[in-house]
Design a protein around this ligand. Structure first.
Ligand code: HSE
Length: 350
């Protein structure tokens, strides 16, 4: 069955998702009866293209890789009235997509323009699949209610630990357990940076590398100052622990004060610096923080290296359950979009 999809934003995640669709086209069709038709893409920098009969994904990827605009797309369908001037809102409203992938710029302070994209999609009866942390961190319950009212889905697996199934794990297999605490490493960029700095690379050089590898946010201050991990903490508290948490309630420190000397001296003490995120239910409510901690090498979190993330759920029925997996990256986050779309596909099918 064909699912018609529009992409709002065609950066690292959108392109990663499209590469997966090309790579897995046959498997997705044979195994899950799933066919994806990308009917529109709108990106503030790369231009816009829409075709009700479906776009040639490879051509779109080639255009942006060659530094050309999507507007230069050559359509091979006849009489399809391809659109080349739709901005994000026009794409959401006018395209024949059933599913909107919100992959625009992440702003965890205002959540915009992504929140408006989500609301517009819901009011137009379209599902939202997103790895954008802004809407989920700032307006999760309001957006979820609006989606439910309009009988569509608000899917956010990619907002925490890229495609590693954190939200799905807690909402699916762990349903029925009460989660009292969550602790882990939630930012791929900073974990990669700390890992490479231990091998001798300088701060500026390693940050540049993290950007090239597609780990860092468009504005990497969000990563190194802990805002990205803080947004993930807020999402996990709101979505999985039913605790409405605002940014003011999270103690936040990034890794900008961690020097190569501190990393070297930690190594000599058999310890390692990690940016640790913690949420704990306490007698007085909740304690949440993102901060660098010097862990003994015997601590399992001390041995999570590179862009890998790890998260431990403390539960009443199973004790601690830990997931270790990709935390950032082009295909890894692209996969989170696929996994949510496949979930919608299965639900519609059944
Ligand atoms: N910049 C984020 C990170 C991307 O490094 O973890 C994934 O959310």
């Amino acid at each position: 069955m064909k699912r018609r999809i529009a992409l709002i934003g065609f950066g690292t995640v959108g392109q990663g998702f499209c590469e997966i669709l090309l790579q897995k086209e046959q498997l997705l069709n044979e195994k899950y009866g799933f066919e994806a038709e990308i009917v529109a893409i709108s990106d503030t920098l790369k231009g816009s293209i829409s075709c009700k009969k479906g776009l040639d994904i490879q051509q779109c990827i080639d255009l942006v890789n060659n530094g050309q605009k999507l507007d230069e797309y050559k359509c091979e369908h006849g009489n399809c009235e391809c659109g080349r001037d739709w901005d994000s809102l026009a794409t959401i409203q006018n395209s024949n997509a059933d599913i909107i992938c919100e992959l625009a710029y992440t702003d965890v302070k205002t959540g915009q323009p992504a929140i408006t994209h989500c609301k517009t999609a819901f009011k137009n009866g379209k599902h939202i699949v997103t790895s954008n942390k802004g809407p989920a961190a700032l307006q999760y319950s309001e957006l979820k209610k609006l989606a439910e009212k309009n009988k569509v889905k608000f899917m956010i697996e990619g907002t925490v630990m890229s495609g590693s199934p954190v939200i799905n794990l807690a909402e699916g297999p762990l349903a029925g357990c009460t989660i009292s605490a969550i602790k882990g490493i939630l930012n791929g960029t900073t974990n990669y940076m700390l890992t490479e700095m231990e091998k001798g690379m300088g701060y500026a050089e390693v940050l540049k590398k993290a950007q090239e590898l597609g780990y860092a946010e468009a504005d990497p201050t969000g990563d190194v100052e802990g805002f990205d991990a803080m947004a993930k903490v807020i999402i996990l508290a709101n979505v999985l622990m039913d605790v409405p948490l605002g940014a003011g309630a999270v103690h936040r420190e990034g890794i900008t004060k961690i020097t190569s000397e501190m990393i070297e001296s930690a190594k000599n003490e058999n310890t390692r610096w990690k940016l640790i995120s913690t949420i704990e239910k306490t007698e007085n409510g909740i304690a949440a923080s993102v901060k660098p901690e010097k862990l003994a090498l015997t601590d399992p979190l001390a041995n999570i290296m590179g862009a890998t993330n790890a998260l431990t759920f403390s539960t009443d029925l199973l004790g601690d359950v830990t997931i270790v997996g990709a935390g950032a990256g082009k295909l890894e986050t692209g996969f989170s979009i696929l996994t949510d779309i496949l979930a919608i596909h299965r639900q519609i099918k059944n």
